[in-house]
Design a protein around this ligand. Sequence first.
Ligand code: UD1
Ligand code: CA
Length: 453
Amino acid sequence: MKPFPIILAAGKGTRMRSNLPKVLHSVGGKPMLQHVVDACKALGADRLAIIYGHGGEHVQSALNDEAIQWVEQAEQKGTGHAVAQANTVIEDDDHVVVAYGDVPLIEAKTLKRLLQTLQQADLGVLTTILDNPTGYGRIVRNDAGKVVRIVEEKDANEATRKINEVNTGFIAAKGKDLKRWLANLSDDNAQGEYYLTDCIEMAANEGQVDAVVCANPLEVTGVNNRIQQAQLERAYQWQQVEALMIEGATLADPARVDIRGEVSVGQDVFIDVNTLFIGQVELGDNVTIESGCVITDSQIAANSRIKANSVLEKARIGENVDVGPFARIRPEADIRDNAKIGNFVEVKKSVIGQGSKVSHLSYIGDTIMGSNVNVGAGTITCNYDGVNKHITEIGDNVFIGSTSQLIAPVKVEDNATIGAGSTITKDAPEGELTLARPKQVTLAGWKRPVKNK
Ligand code: UD1
Ligand code: CA
């Protein structure tokens, strides 16, 4: 079998009321069209076609992928007309599956079931059952239960409109058959469009049409406006958090965690409310994420605790580390095992060695810090001279007194102590106390000024 997905994405999406083409609007932080492409690629398809129209350049640059064959539909004359634009790229022995760029929750396993109908049938159609089928094409079956045609709402009589099995739009057919049927479509119908759905009757007349019924209507729901987008977003989020709970995470409230990317969890992870995960995030066993954190593209190893309102991006957090509350851990921060990053601390492109502590109100950037260092409150690494960034090196067992400034490039050697309030511009030698601050003076007999009368 040679699966060849064709994704329709030419519609304007007027009801989104947006400058962005509809199919580039996101669900779970990923463009809807990308969701569909990903599901199609999971079929093992090495090529797929996207039928584009409105906002074509925009769509093409957002989905830069060698496997995609871009096919323009300059004028939107119906779903059949859209698929027919791909005529020249459909090969006779392709097993074509038609999908939709605005139906983001479609799953590869459903598309696979649809393609499998071609083992015995000439055409497979994906249907679903709706309490309110208004607006959809209705699935008409004969007395033997076989699908014989699809009738669009606008072309349907009252009896047909009562049918609540509807067309999702997804079909599968062999390339050779599909091209023949598409060539025979007419626009003689209520909407003056070339209906892809008319292929179903042609296939039924020639041979066999099999229906696959999708049990979850949300999986095949298309987005026309931002309300539907929000409904699918919630459904998608529920799927994501369900997967985490199955893996052994406790979520204080699954409705108050959002995942825009992929999160993997070990056992006994606890995630408190109002946490947002973006990109690729890994959480080891027994990790706790307190309320209000935003965690992007980061790895957090076992037994670590990210306290309330911390923001992490492209960070590596070792085992048994405490971060926050109110910490900001920026790209290329590498916080090693047993370290502690406290409140109002920002760390960027730095190694914080094993067991080291930066507990209060600090900025650590472009720093390589050894193990068991204690950085006093308010300490700043001055890594930027206005033009270039420079490195601060801090050895093992260093103690840095509060509110010190380390003017990079500079090195503080192992076991050194820096007196509080120092501005360190030269290397501080191993094992010694270094301080750089004016001597304390007391002016004997000095009096406070008094207010003028
Ligand atoms: C279509 C089906 C209907 C089904 C419904 C499911 C036909 C004739 N009808 O109806 O049976 O119940 O979908 O949602 O197929 N598109 C193009 N080019 C076009 C026309 C459409 O790319 O010329 C794309 C749209 O962007 C959209 C999709 O095809 O993503 C469906 O088009 P739409 O007009 O929404 O289909 P319906 O008429 O609602
Ligand atoms: Ca239409």
